[in-house]
Design a protein around this ligand. Sequence first.
Ligand code: HEC
Ligand code: HEC
Ligand code: HEC
Ligand code: HEC
Length: 456
Amino acid sequence: MMHNRRVRWGVAAMVACAAALASMGLGPARAADNPAPSANEKPRPGQYLGAPSCASSHCHGSAQPRTAYDVRQNEYLIWLKQDKHTKTYSVLSNALSKRIAKNMKLKRPPQEEARCLDCHGLAVAEELQARPVDLADGISCEGCHGPAGGWLAGHTEEGWTHQRSVEAGMTDLRDLVTRTEVCLGCHLGKTGTGVDHELLAAGHPDLVFELVNFSAAMPAHWTPVSRKKARADRPDRNTARAWAVGQVVQFRESMHLTARRAQSGRWPDFAEMECTSCHHALNGGKERQLRGYSLAAGLPGTSPARVAVFRHVLDTFSPDDRGPLLVSVDRLAASISRLFTPHETVAVQANVLGDETRGVLDRVGSTEIDDALTRVMLLRVAGDGVFLNRADLRSAKQVALAINALAGALAEHDPKWARPEVAKTIDALYDDVSGKGDYDPQRFVKHLAAFRRSVK
Ligand code: HEC
Ligand code: HEC
Ligand code: HEC
Ligand code: HEC
């Protein structure tokens, strides 16, 4: 079993996010016995029906897990009572949101602001609502599974298949690429400029994501495939593969985000850079002068976080692509750091790089990933001290998440990886990046060595 560690960190010493520590209360009691729509309402494919449409106790609103079908049927109550996605809208009226809105000089309250609702609400155009979709429900079922208009009635019929649902508009979350894209739609940003430097400076937490850890941190309303009856039609659910696919898609989507930012008219976006290029005390300058600069003295470095772990995915699955891709990454980094590179140049470089990952994704899909290979990847990530000694906090977070995910994948078959000595060294890595103090790369690298010793 993977150790399910917290996935949220503050921005080191810059944002004190008390709300992040607030405990998760139970959602309001709600009528859960809402029958499926009658035939004469005829919702169309692409239309949304809202969370109550899934909540009947005969459908997904059972109080206890059931065994009649291949799904648990208590998904609704797990989501309602335990899942943070029910809170995405209500947090828009908390004190932090008010501060963000004030700093951004928003004309409307955050609950009405498209820039916030993009990720914090299931804001559906009126004509696409077959039944009223309540923003206050937060990210409900259709926020991830897609609009149910085309399949709600059908998918309860005998003999109906997952494939038919997908053809009728259900999002195919069984597909790892699609699943990562869905999560990143909000945990990175699918449109616009995401959580850019304006949002960060206003007080928004920096977004961090990794598919395996974030999936594990969601209260599971699904049955692990290993315990499913109908396994034959399921793609390989190897945890290490989920991690690797997640890494490639995350790199690609972050390139597309950079391109959108460059084209947004609000460029340069400092969120692309190493925060400490600008946010540091001048009396600590000596250390930086001794360390040297990645591009040229005095220019802010581009954050290496997007390649901190992705480099090892390339090494493992696509060694021939590694050289050329990393040269392009360096070229893009230089374009971003020289703040006045024409923004079209940045956008083109980023988009091309994102598209160049297609071959890598194919290779991840076609490679057999056994425990031996998983171990190789893990030790590569954990053995990267030279790179990490110079890298930023965001890179270290990606490394900590990768180690937890891959050690968790190995622990599924070999209890050695779940021993307390190993868990303790991973905890130390998480502490290093938790934002409780200044991030110290050397301490992190020392803790990486301790991790490697613990798994010898
Ligand atoms: C690109 C998507 C995106 C946008 C745009 C966005 N957020 Fe967020 N926001 C998130 C995600 C994802 C989290 C959770 C971060 C985590 O835990 O990893 C979050 C967290 C927060 C939190 C902390 C919640 C808590 O539980 O403490 C607040 C407050 C917040 N956002 C307010 C806003 C406001 C106000 C706006 C608009 C001005 C906004 N957000 C825009 C995605 C977004
Ligand atoms: C934040 C995203 C998210 C939300 C919100 C969400 N789900 Fe899911 N759901 C998932 C993921 C991811 C899976 C795992 C998919 C898999 O393993 O095939 C899943 C799996 C399921 C499954 C099992 C599917 C299968 O093929 O075995 C059911 C049923 C389900 N969800 C129903 C619901 C219902 C009902 C709601 C609302 C009450 C809901 N989900 C809300 C992401 C979400
Ligand atoms: C439509 C937007 C949206 C989608 C899609 C989405 N999320 Fe989220 N998610 C959010 C927001 C916003 C928050 C912050 C909620 C809060 O702090 O109250 C969040 C919070 C979370 C948290 C809690 C983080 C914490 O700090 O405890 C986890 C875990 C998570 N999401 C995982 C996922 C996964 C896995 C997927 C894909 C299967 C996914 N999310 C899809 C918007 C989304
Ligand atoms: C190119 C320089 C530059 C970079 C790089 C940069 N910032 Fe800033 N940041 C600024 C400036 C300028 C301000 C406004 C400072 C002020 O008025 O106090 C600011 C303000 C802030 C603030 C609010 C004031 C504070 O110090 O708390 C936060 C939070 C912040 N930035 C976070 C970040 C994060 C996180 C990153 C990295 C992802 C980052 N910044 C990268 C220049 C930069």
